[in-house]
Design a protein around this ligand. Structure first.
Ligand SMILES: CC(C)(COP(=O)(O)OP(=O)(O)OC[C@H]1O[C@@H](n2cnc3c(N)ncnc32)[C@H](O)[C@@H]1OP(=O)(O)O)[C@@H](O)C(=O)NCCC(=O)NCCS
Length: 160
């Protein structure tokens, strides 16, 4: 894929309704799970999408949470459409989301939140590592989805 083709994709905040179909196609179907997650409609939750001519080809959601007592964003529902994978869409979507999240003042007293965490599917760990995340747990099973590990990444000036 050329840089121009990637430039034709819009990476931006999205409404839940714009990303749900992709989330269902890539992450939910066949698991028996609900495509809507608890917290999806919380006012603090942020959704992001990659859009190619109006079609959602990448999605992720960030839910305000905690990590070891400090405010943190939990990244959930990260996926790229199967025929768009391996072309840089996921990396660019995550980078865009991080850049926007680090500007938010969503912590206590309007502070900036400096940490991301996620439960990463084992096959996706290498992707997150390339984006600067690190594994902080042993493997654990999420029923009907498969093996996962927990991963974290500091954002802004934070290092963890
Ligand atoms: C994981 C996923 C979001 C990655 O998106 P993507 O658009 O394919 O990733 P990119 O093309 O932006 O890859 C960025 C870099 O990560 C690498 N990478 C991508 N997927 C990888 C993987 N599974 N393991 C190791 N490295 C990977 C790429 O080679 C690329 O490396 P480079 O920077 O050296 O060129 C996508 O494969 C996907 O949707 N998978 C299925 C759903 C899923 O598992 N989601 C994660 C749930 S926790």
């Amino acid at each position: 894929m050329t840089a121009d083709a990637l430039d034709a994709i819009e990476f931006r905040p999205a409404d839940l309704g714009e990303i749900l179909e992709l989330r269902e196609d890539e992450l939910i179907r066949g698991t028996g799970r609900e495509r809507e997650f608890p917290g999806d409609r919380d006012p603090t939750t942020r959704h992001f999408g990659a859009f190619r001519q109006g079609t959602c080809v990448g999605c992720l959601s960030a839910m305000l949470s905690e990590w070891e007592g400090a405010p943190a964003w939990q990244v959930r529902g990260m996926a790229v459409a199967a025929d768009w994978r391996g072309r840089g869409v996921g990396a660019r979507l995550l980078a865009r989301a991080e850049a926007l999240l680090v500007e938010e003042r969503a912590g206590p007293g309007g502070t900036r939140v400096r940490l991301l965490w996620c439960n990463a599917r084992r096959p996706a760990v290498g992707f997150y590592e390339k984006q600067g995340w690190r594994v902080v747990s042993g493997p654990f099973e999420i029923p009907s989805v498969g093996p996962h590990v927990r991963m974290v990444k500091g954002i802004g000036e934070a290092e963890v």
